[in-house]
Design a binder for this molecule. Structure first.
Ligand SMILES: Nc1ncnc2c1ncn2[C@@H]1O[C@H](COP(=O)(O)OP(=O)(O)OP(=O)(O)O)[C@@H](O)[C@H]1O
Ligand SMILES: [Mg+2]
Ligand SMILES: [Zn+2]
Length: 449
């Protein structure tokens, strides 16, 4: 009788060890090793895949990959113009954020033109049907399968040959060839690999739903992200109705695109023009706030930046950023002191980007700095003014990408003045907006205060 061997597999990187350890020796994560039964050798490659020939790249016949629009513009935008034939998309997100809702809505629209299949491993037929009814979707042509055995799903896929198949979720699916439990690293990896292979050979688009752990990583091994063509994250604040979809990786399009939705009783509604979403609407103007134009993919967004500067009562003043980078703040304060002669070392400083957006681009620098100066001096910034620009250590204001588009968006929303980097100034004026082009931080400070 052979004894079953066990080994420990890391949930985060998929690495293996023979004995349990608190820390994974491969990726140095803590408490990620779980015991699994060593799998029997699985034949991963069928014999015919061994007889491939080498071709010169120019000999390979190519044609444009057909794309299928999902019918939801915001989703298509993030995908880079729709689903690609044979493409595999991983949609990750927190529990209850609306992954199933979004995909069911998209499927219902796609079912008009294509054969679609929804595989639910989490919910019963009744639950899915109830959701479709609540959202008043036309699902007459949406095929539904509740199944968690990979082999059964594969044979249905091979038989039905849908154009688009949704697997909700990859963590519930298991293969009978492996002994470990559904959701374990080995299972998730194997199931995703086999479904991906099916997509590539059959041309079916497969969307895998994936759960996200508390610290924001996709549950299951990192390898999942490498296997698929596109990784989308569905994010949002549980307190607000807004939901954002971001592409984390995309082999068929840009990765910085952002799709915006609002969760309503009738499901997710697309927000086609979100640029004014992140502005707060106070009646009186307050010191310490300013509006910046940030760029998410091809789309400019206006975001209000708030700063509160207050005398510190502890030896080490507090510095806090919400939605912006903390390290960047320390650098900006040093530049502000050194080049504009404004010290803040005895002040507590809090920075917030309104509406829960996360801004990672350095184009926010100038806006953050001027909001700080405004709060410190308790002077409001001029009305209807937008600000953007990156700040360098030498105190120079550096240009940002797509400056002209940002200015145009601000003008469209009724702003009348823009403080921008000199290098972003274009000879073509944008109607209705006055430009203050600055080269250095001290110039920007003296222009506004
Ligand atoms: N009766 C209802 N009326 C209004 N909104 C509802 C109703 N039922 C559910 N919702 C909304 O739908 C959301 C759940 O959506 P959905 O089931 O698509 O999420 P999910 O991301 O698939 O979650 P899970 O990870 O559990 O599969 C809820 O958080 C809630 O906002
Ligand atoms: Mg769901
Ligand atoms: Zn690891």
């Amino acid at each position: 009788m052979t004894r079953l061997k066990t080994l420990y597999v890391c949930n985060s990187c998929g690495g293996q060890t023979l004995k349990w350890q608190g820390q994974c020796p491969h990726c140095r994560e803590w408490n990620t090793l779980t015991e699994t039964v060593q799998e029997k050798n699985v034949l991963r490659f069928s014999p015919d895949s061994m007889q491939k020939q080498v071709l010169s790249l120019s000999e390979v016949e190519t044609e444009d990959m057909p794309r299928f629009l999902t019918g939801m513009d915001e989703l298509d935008r993030v995908l880079g113009g729709g689903l690609v034939q044979g493409g595999v998309v991983l949609l990750g997100g927190d529990p209850g954020i609306g992954k199933s809702t979004l995909l069911l809505q998209a499927l219902s629209r796609m079912s008009v033109h294509h054969r679609v299949l929804y595989v639910s491993g989490e919910e019963s037929m009744q639950q899915v049907a109830l959701r479709a009814r609540r959202l008043s979707l036309d699902v007459a042509r949406v095929d539904l399968l509740t199944e968690i055995r990979l082999e059964a799903i594969q044979s249905i896929l091979a038989e039905h040959r849908p154009r688009i198949a949704i697997i909700d979720s990859i963590q519930t699916i298991y293969s009978e060839t492996l002994q470990s439990a559904p959701g374990s690293v080995a299972q998730v990896r194997e199931c995703a690999a086999r479904l991906t292979r099916f997509a590539k050979t059959s041309g079916t688009c497969i969307v895998l739903v994936g759960h996200v752990t508390k610290d924001g990583a996709l549950a299951g091994p990192r390898v999942l992200e490498h296997m698929v063509d596109t990784v989308l994250y569905f994010e949002g604040d549980t307190h607000s109705t807004f939901r954002l979809i971001r592409a984390f990786k995309n082999r068929f399009g840009a990765v910085n695109e952002l799709g915006v939705f609002a969760m309503t009783e009738k499901g997710l509604r697309e927000v086609g023009n979100p640029s004014a979403l992140f502005l707060s609407h106070h009646g009186v103007r307050v010191a310490g706030t300013c509006v910046m134009v940030t760029q998410e993919g091809t789309r400019p967004l206006l975001v209000e930046i708030q700063a509160l500067v207050d005398e510190a009562h502890a030896p080490s003043p507090r510095r806090l950023c919400v939605g912006l980078e903390q390290n960047r703040l320390a650098m900006l304060l040093a530049v502000l002191h050194r080049h504009a002669g404004i010290p803040c070392f005895d002040q507590d400083i809090f920075i917030n980007a309104v509406g829960g957006v996360k801004i990672t681009e350095p184009g926010a620098d100038l806006a953050v700095m001027l909001a700080i100066v405004s709060s410190l001096k308790n002077r409001v910034l001029p009305e209807k003014t937008v600000i953007f620009g990156e700040i360098g250590l030498a105190g120079e204001v550096r240009p940002v990408q797509r400056g002209q588009e940002r200015i145009k968006e601000a003008a469209k929303l009724g702003f009348t003045c823009a403080v921008i980097p000199k290098a972003n100034q274009s000879r073509q004026a944008v109607k209705g907006i006055e430009i203050i082009a600055v080269e250095r931080v001290e110039e920007a400070v003296s222009a506004l205060f």
